[in-house]
Design a protein around this ligand. Structure first.
Ligand code: PDD
Length: 307
């Protein structure tokens, strides 16, 4: 009887493990696949010490990685900008695809983070040819995405402006995100969706995690690509759609006054998608409802992943 009882207990334990395992988020860290909450890096990792690394967030719709190649290309550019070498991007691609295939949800995001690695002592400057000794830290995981923006995308969101406090290389998708953290927290405290950065020259550069567009006299305006903004993948797609629709696009900076007086304003981003803005700094944008050009671009963008 004891034997049967013990056997049954063991069987139940294995079943429990199996069930937890299938619900557990798995990740890739430096060549190994393991549960997310078991992944560990050194306290000397240059990502932890200096924010010395780059990242990407890719959206997964119905189990498919959306614009994955574009994100990988940008990741390569970020790594080049940071002088982080020896990353096999094809390996990152393969790992990303396999984690998405194993993910317990078809609606997910894939997060990729690469740092310069973990040396044996802390020093701001890294050794020239450090890559001969140290490997970069590569971390990837896919996680279920709960889209909490459905009604905001339909009805429009509110934003606030905030001084540009970031560094001079915002074109690199660096894991150094303190300025963005300040801005996102400011949005949260003020119960708005996003904060947009306002440069000392009066131009609205981008949001804490989005790019910004305004419609002025029927023309679409957005900050040109430069070290002042992240070259958004969604931004590129929306510009491509606008061109196909023969809408007039001007890649020029927008001042805060212009933004407040625009007939339409919208944001773009991987998880934000195309988001109408109906209020900025407490002032109504246009008629205070999503405008026709925003709607047109939004519905064309949505078609790209909901075919
Ligand atoms: N954020 N600007 C900044 C500062 C961003 O961090 C992001 C993306 C964007 C939009 O880029 P894209 O269209 O390629 O997502 C613009 C990601 C999603 C994040 O940090 O979660």
């Amino acid at each position: 009887v004891t034997h049967i009882w013990n056997g049954a207990q063991m069987f139940l334990q294995w079943m429990k493990r199996l069930i937890t395992f299938s619900y557990m988020t798995m990740c890739y860290l430096n060549g190994k696949i393991l549960p997310l909450d078991e992944a560990r890096v050194s306290v000397l990792d240059r990502g932890f010490m200096f924010g010395d690394g780059a990242y990407e967030v890719v959206r997964v719709y119905s189990g498919n990685l959306f614009l994955f190649q574009e994100h990988l290309n940008r990741l390569e550019k970020s790594l080049e900008g940071l002088d982080i070498k020896t990353v096999d991007i094809r390996e990152v691609e393969r790992v990303g695809k396999s984690l998405v295939a194993e993910c317990n949800s078809k609606e997910a995001t894939l997060y990729i983070q690469i740092t310069r690695g973990s040396p044996t002592k802390r020093s701001h400057a890294y050794e020239e040819n450090y890559e001969a000794k140290e490997k970069p830290t590569i971390f990837v995981y896919a996680m279920k995405f709960n889209d909490s923006n459905l009604s905001l995308r339909k009805n429009g969101c509110m934003i606030r402006s905030f001084p540009e406090v970031r560094w001079g290389r915002c074109d690199i998708k660096s894991i150094n995100l303190l300025g963005n953290v300040f801005a996102a927290q400011f949005a949260k405290r003020n119960a708005v969706y996003e904060t947009v950065f306002l440069g000392q020259d009066g131009l609205v550069t981008e949001g804490s995690h989005t790019n910004v567009f305004a419609v002025l006299n029927g023309r679409i305006r957005t900050m040109p690509k430069s070290p002042r903004i992240l070259p958004g993948i969604t931004r590129d797609k929306v510009l491509e759609i606008a061109e196909k629709k023969k809408l007039v696009v001007e890649e020029w900076g927008v001042t805060l006054d212009e933004l407040l007086g625009a007939s339409e304003v919208f944001l773009t981003g991987t998880s934000t998608e195309v988001m109408p803005v109906i209020q900025c700094d407490g002032k109504k944008i246009g008629r205070g409802e999503p405008g026709p050009i925003t709607r047109e671009l939004q519905s064309a963008y949505n078609k790209l992943f909901s075919l």
